[in-house]
Design a protein around this ligand. Structure first.
Ligand SMILES: [Fe+2]
Length: 368
């Protein structure tokens, strides 16, 4: 059994103070954030004694190759000592690829992806991730997702050197998160946990984090209503972090594989797209999971997968769409989705080998 995760975690902290402590003084920093964060009250708590800060807020949602190339070009002009990413998965993934590009002296995403093993290493800027959504897990993983929106493909920039150095969690940063994003992020975390459990790379440590994450999500998702109580928000941030620590070692599996064309072709938010297939998959994968499901149910104080499904669906009902039909998918398009639902390395992680007919059945079950 091997479990590895080098990210140093600061939980339940004042992020401005923590960033100062982690940065030291006199540093050149590049701050990635979502557009508008630089004008927020929270941003005004960021200080950089004797140093200089450069802000980059032109981050694309589900970042394309072109958008990350632009960010990398910006960073190359002044070679930061520290990169800080404040945002959701798109911001953190953009920052990760930029940091990796600077480290490897590569000038574009394609050069990074095709660069092979010969590396001319530059200085490796410190990377501090500050998540503002509780789902991505990107702040504790070694990969970043890049989208080729011309060819409708998804790439992963993944390397043992690509973990952030630190992740900093401050629940105050989540206060203005729209409810739909709060829910889809939570569902993304739920998907990361289940995918870690029914995964060929699972180990007792990843299982433990996944159990705890699912338990917290079941406990708190029903109370995810505006205004979100502080305890609920903290619980879901913790759940997301545990899910991240679980799948940082296993990667994702069939649910994520099925989700990619749903996001690319129909714009279905990632957390919704990768959680809709979970319950049909639970049915298929249970025969490969040994006593893990019993242990999960005991830990979550439920009797069955159906009970978890009921609880989750009842909690989000009326708040976010949760069927393919609601996202404008036509029933006669389902057959055509089957082939593109197979991303080889994601499907290969699934504990049970899925056939095309299994995927077609899953798509049928999540249609209405
Ligand atoms: Fe995900």
């Amino acid at each position: 059994m091997k479990y590895y995760n080098p990210v140093k975690i600061s939980f339940d902290t004042l992020f401005g103070e923590e960033l100062s402590k982690l940065s030291g003084s006199g540093k050149k920093r590049l701050i990635f954030c979502y557009d508008g964060f630089e004008r927020s009250e929270a941003f005004s708590t960021i200080t950089n004694e004797g140093g200089e800060d450069h802000i980059y807020n032109d981050v694309e949602e589900n970042p394309s190759i072109q958008s990350i190339d632009k960010a990398l070009g910006f960073a190359q002009k002044f070679k930061p000592d520290i990169i800080i990413a404040i945002g959701g998965g798109s911001v953190i993934d953009t920052a990760k690829v930029v940091r990796f590009g600077l480290y490897l002296n590569r000038s574009s995403v394609m050069e990074l992806l095709e660069g092979g093993v010969t590396r001319i290493l530059g200085e490796k800027p410190l990377l501090i991730a500050v998540p503002t959504t509780h789902g991505t897990g990107s702040e504790v993983t070694m990969w970043a997702t890049v989208w080729d929106k011309v060819e409708n493909k998804k790439y992963s920039v993944s390397d043992i050197e690509n973990y952030p150095d630190h992740s900093v969690y401050d629940h105050r940063l989540f206060a203005s998160l729209p409810m739909s994003v709060s829910i889809s992020s939570t569902l993304d975390a739920l998907s990361h946990s289940f995918e870690a459990l029914w995964n060929k790379n699972a180990n007792p440590v990843s299982d433990h984090f996944a159990f705890e994450s699912i338990k917290l999500i079941i406990k708190y998702i029903d109370d995810l209503n505006d205004p979100v109580p502080e305890g609920v928000r903290k619980g879901l941030i913790l759940a997301s972090m545990y899910a991240g620590l679980a799948f940082s070692n296993t990667k994702t599996a069939a649910a994520h594989s099925i989700s990619y064309p749903l996001t690319l072709k129909y714009g279905i938010p990632h957390g919704i797209a990768c959680s809709m297939p979970l319950f049909p998959l639970l049915d298929i994968n249970r025969k490969g999971m040994g006593d893990k499901l019993e242990r999960l149910f005991m830990n979550c104080e439920v009797k069955s997968g159906e009970e978890i499904e009921k609880k989750i669906k009842a909690s989000i009902k009326g708040k976010v769409p949760f069927s393919l039909e609601e996202f404008g998918v036509k029933e006669d398009e389902l057959d055509g989705l089957v082939g593109v639902s197979f991303t080889k390395e994601r499907m290969a992680n699934n504990i049970i080998e899925l056939k095309s007919s299994d995927v077609r059945e899953i798509l049928g079950k999540i249609y209405k």
